[in-house]
Write a protein that binds this ligand. Sequence first.
Ligand code: COA
Length: 167
Amino acid sequence: MKTEKSAQDSCMIIARIMLPEDANPAGIVHGGVIMKEIDNAAGVAAVRHTRKICVTASIDRLDFHKPAFIGNLLTVKAGINMTGKTSMEIGARVETEDLLTGVKTHLASAYLTFVALGKDHRPVGVPPLKLLTKEDIRRNREALARKKLRLSEKRKESECQLDTSKC
Ligand SMILES: CC(C)(COP(=O)(O)OP(=O)(O)OC[C@H]1O[C@@H](n2cnc3c(N)ncnc32)[C@H](O)[C@@H]1OP(=O)(O)O)[C@@H](O)C(=O)NCCC(=O)NCCS
Protein backbone atom coordinates (compact mmCIF):
# COMPACT_ATOMS: atom_id res chain seq x y z
CA MET A 1 0.00 0.00 0.00
CA LYS A 2 1.46 3.36 -1.03
CA THR A 3 1.70 6.09 1.62
CA GLU A 4 -0.85 8.90 1.34
CA LYS A 5 0.47 12.35 0.47
CA SER A 6 -1.26 15.70 0.69
CA ALA A 7 -1.54 18.35 -2.06
CA GLN A 8 0.64 20.55 0.15
CA ASP A 9 3.47 17.98 -0.09
CA SER A 10 3.76 18.38 -3.87
CA CYS A 11 2.40 21.88 -4.58
CA MET A 12 4.57 23.73 -7.11
CA ILE A 13 4.94 27.42 -7.90
CA ILE A 14 6.82 28.61 -10.98
CA ALA A 15 7.54 32.31 -11.47
CA ARG A 16 9.16 33.80 -14.56
CA ILE A 17 9.55 37.30 -16.00
CA MET A 18 8.07 37.58 -19.49
CA LEU A 19 10.73 38.62 -21.99
CA PRO A 20 10.53 39.86 -25.62
CA GLU A 21 11.05 36.32 -26.99
CA ASP A 22 7.90 35.22 -25.13
CA ALA A 23 5.69 37.76 -26.88
CA ASN A 24 4.29 38.86 -30.23
CA PRO A 25 5.27 42.23 -31.84
CA ALA A 26 2.55 43.98 -29.78
CA GLY A 27 4.24 42.85 -26.55
CA ILE A 28 1.49 40.36 -25.65
CA VAL A 29 2.72 36.99 -24.38
CA HIS A 30 2.01 33.96 -26.64
CA GLY A 31 -0.59 31.52 -25.30
CA GLY A 32 1.79 28.64 -26.02
CA VAL A 33 4.42 30.12 -23.67
CA ILE A 34 1.87 30.17 -20.85
CA MET A 35 0.69 26.64 -21.71
CA LYS A 36 4.26 25.38 -21.45
CA GLU A 37 4.67 26.94 -18.00
CA ILE A 38 1.36 25.36 -16.91
CA ASP A 39 2.52 21.94 -18.15
CA ASN A 40 5.91 22.38 -16.43
CA ALA A 41 4.46 23.36 -13.06
CA ALA A 42 1.82 20.60 -13.14
CA GLY A 43 4.46 18.07 -14.23
CA VAL A 44 6.66 18.91 -11.24
CA ALA A 45 3.69 18.50 -8.86
CA ALA A 46 2.91 15.11 -10.45
CA VAL A 47 6.51 13.88 -10.12
CA ARG A 48 6.78 15.19 -6.56
CA HIS A 49 3.61 13.30 -5.62
CA THR A 50 4.66 10.02 -7.25
CA ARG A 51 8.47 10.21 -7.57
CA LYS A 52 7.89 8.53 -10.97
CA ILE A 53 8.08 9.60 -14.60
CA CYS A 54 4.76 11.30 -15.37
CA VAL A 55 3.22 12.23 -18.73
CA THR A 56 0.46 14.64 -19.62
CA ALA A 57 -2.58 12.60 -20.69
CA SER A 58 -4.89 15.56 -21.23
CA ILE A 59 -5.44 19.25 -20.63
CA ASP A 60 -9.01 20.47 -20.25
CA ARG A 61 -10.29 23.58 -22.00
CA LEU A 62 -8.04 26.57 -21.34
CA ASP A 63 -9.41 30.11 -21.49
CA PHE A 64 -7.18 33.17 -21.26
CA HIS A 65 -9.23 35.81 -19.43
CA LYS A 66 -6.64 38.61 -19.67
CA PRO A 67 -3.39 39.21 -21.61
CA ALA A 68 0.13 39.11 -20.12
CA PHE A 69 2.75 41.59 -21.28
CA ILE A 70 6.54 41.75 -21.58
CA GLY A 71 7.93 42.67 -18.15
CA ASN A 72 5.09 40.99 -16.21
CA LEU A 73 5.98 38.34 -13.64
CA LEU A 74 4.06 35.18 -14.63
CA THR A 75 3.25 32.82 -11.77
CA VAL A 76 1.79 29.32 -12.11
CA LYS A 77 0.62 27.53 -8.99
CA ALA A 78 -0.07 23.82 -9.47
CA GLY A 79 -1.53 21.35 -7.00
CA ILE A 80 -2.98 17.83 -7.02
CA ASN A 81 -6.79 17.85 -6.85
CA MET A 82 -7.45 14.15 -7.14
CA THR A 83 -5.70 10.84 -7.60
CA GLY A 84 -7.10 7.81 -9.39
CA LYS A 85 -5.39 4.44 -9.77
CA THR A 86 -2.58 5.62 -12.06
CA SER A 87 -3.67 9.14 -12.93
CA MET A 88 -3.91 12.48 -11.14
CA GLU A 89 -5.81 15.67 -11.84
CA ILE A 90 -3.72 18.76 -11.25
CA GLY A 91 -5.18 22.24 -11.07
CA ALA A 92 -3.07 25.17 -12.24
CA ARG A 93 -3.76 28.85 -11.56
CA VAL A 94 -1.92 31.44 -13.62
CA GLU A 95 -1.43 35.01 -12.42
CA THR A 96 0.59 37.94 -13.70
CA GLU A 97 2.04 40.74 -11.63
CA ASP A 98 2.79 44.17 -13.02
CA LEU A 99 6.03 44.70 -11.12
CA LEU A 100 5.84 48.51 -11.35
CA THR A 101 2.35 48.79 -9.83
CA GLY A 102 2.12 45.51 -7.89
CA VAL A 103 -1.25 44.78 -9.52
CA LYS A 104 -1.90 41.04 -9.81
CA THR A 105 -4.27 39.61 -12.41
CA HIS A 106 -5.79 36.15 -12.70
CA LEU A 107 -5.01 35.13 -16.27
CA ALA A 108 -6.16 31.53 -16.58
CA SER A 109 -6.89 28.29 -14.77
CA ALA A 110 -6.43 24.81 -16.18
CA TYR A 111 -6.97 21.20 -15.18
CA LEU A 112 -4.45 18.63 -16.38
CA THR A 113 -4.42 14.86 -16.09
CA PHE A 114 -1.03 13.24 -15.60
CA VAL A 115 -0.34 9.50 -15.61
CA ALA A 116 2.58 7.94 -13.73
CA LEU A 117 4.69 5.45 -15.68
CA GLY A 118 6.85 2.54 -14.59
CA LYS A 119 10.21 1.52 -16.05
CA ASP A 120 8.35 -0.25 -18.90
CA HIS A 121 6.56 3.05 -19.67
CA ARG A 122 3.20 1.53 -18.70
CA PRO A 123 0.87 3.23 -16.16
CA VAL A 124 1.66 2.44 -12.50
CA GLY A 125 -0.19 3.12 -9.25
CA VAL A 126 0.06 6.53 -7.60
CA PRO A 127 -0.02 7.31 -3.85
CA PRO A 128 -3.53 8.24 -2.64
CA LEU A 129 -4.21 11.90 -1.90
CA LYS A 130 -4.60 12.87 1.75
CA LEU A 131 -7.30 15.58 2.03
CA LEU A 132 -6.40 17.95 4.87
CA THR A 133 -8.54 21.05 4.43
CA LYS A 134 -12.09 21.99 3.38
CA GLU A 135 -10.58 23.40 0.18
CA ASP A 136 -8.84 20.06 -0.52
CA ILE A 137 -12.18 18.26 -0.10
CA ARG A 138 -14.00 20.72 -2.41
CA ARG A 139 -11.30 20.49 -5.09
CA ASN A 140 -11.32 16.70 -4.85
CA ARG A 141 -15.14 16.52 -5.20
CA GLU A 142 -15.09 18.82 -8.25
CA ALA A 143 -12.18 16.90 -9.82
CA LEU A 144 -14.03 13.59 -9.46
CA ALA A 145 -17.01 15.10 -11.31
CA ARG A 146 -14.70 16.33 -14.09
CA LYS A 147 -13.07 12.90 -14.38
CA LYS A 148 -16.51 11.30 -14.82
CA LEU A 149 -17.31 13.81 -17.57
CA ARG A 150 -13.95 13.29 -19.28
CA LEU A 151 -14.37 9.51 -19.33
CA SER A 152 -17.90 9.74 -20.71
CA GLU A 153 -16.74 12.14 -23.47
CA LYS A 154 -13.86 9.80 -24.32
CA ARG A 155 -16.27 6.85 -24.50
CA LYS A 156 -18.64 8.83 -26.73
CA GLU A 157 -15.76 9.74 -29.06
CA SER A 158 -14.68 6.10 -29.38
CA GLU A 159 -18.26 5.00 -30.08
CA CYS A 160 -18.50 7.74 -32.72
CA GLN A 161 -15.39 6.50 -34.46
CA LEU A 162 -16.79 2.98 -34.62
CA ASP A 163 -20.31 4.01 -35.64
CA THR A 164 -20.84 7.49 -37.11
CA SER A 165 -24.63 7.23 -36.65
CA LYS A 166 -24.01 7.62 -32.91
CA CYS A 167 -22.72 11.22 -33.22
C1 COA B 1 -1.41 8.68 -20.95
C2 COA B 1 -1.11 7.23 -21.31
C3 COA B 1 0.10 6.73 -20.55
C4 COA B 1 -2.35 6.40 -20.91
O1 COA B 1 -2.10 5.09 -21.33
P1 COA B 1 -3.31 4.04 -21.50
O2 COA B 1 -2.75 2.80 -22.02
O3 COA B 1 -4.44 4.70 -22.19
O4 COA B 1 -3.66 3.78 -19.99
P2 COA B 1 -5.01 3.34 -19.32
O5 COA B 1 -6.16 3.20 -20.29
O6 COA B 1 -4.65 2.16 -18.47
O7 COA B 1 -5.34 4.59 -18.36
C5 COA B 1 -4.46 4.94 -17.33
C6 COA B 1 -5.03 6.11 -16.59
O8 COA B 1 -4.97 7.26 -17.43
C7 COA B 1 -6.24 7.87 -17.54
N1 COA B 1 -6.32 8.41 -18.90
C8 COA B 1 -5.96 7.82 -20.04
N2 COA B 1 -6.16 8.64 -21.09
C9 COA B 1 -6.65 9.80 -20.57
C10 COA B 1 -7.05 11.05 -21.12
N3 COA B 1 -7.01 11.27 -22.44
N4 COA B 1 -7.51 12.01 -20.29
C11 COA B 1 -7.57 11.81 -18.96
N5 COA B 1 -7.19 10.64 -18.36
C12 COA B 1 -6.75 9.65 -19.16
C13 COA B 1 -7.23 6.75 -17.29
O9 COA B 1 -8.48 7.24 -16.84
C14 COA B 1 -6.50 5.95 -16.22
O10 COA B 1 -6.67 6.58 -14.94
P3 COA B 1 -6.75 5.75 -13.57
O11 COA B 1 -5.73 4.65 -13.63
O12 COA B 1 -6.41 6.74 -12.50
O13 COA B 1 -8.16 5.24 -13.47
C15 COA B 1 -0.87 7.06 -22.85
O14 COA B 1 -2.04 7.43 -23.56
C16 COA B 1 0.31 7.89 -23.34
O15 COA B 1 1.45 7.49 -23.18
N6 COA B 1 0.03 9.04 -23.95
C17 COA B 1 1.08 9.96 -24.42
C18 COA B 1 1.49 10.88 -23.27
C19 COA B 1 2.46 11.91 -23.75
O16 COA B 1 3.36 11.63 -24.51
N7 COA B 1 2.23 13.16 -23.30
C20 COA B 1 2.98 14.29 -23.76
C21 COA B 1 4.37 14.32 -23.27
S1 COA B 1 4.51 14.31 -21.51
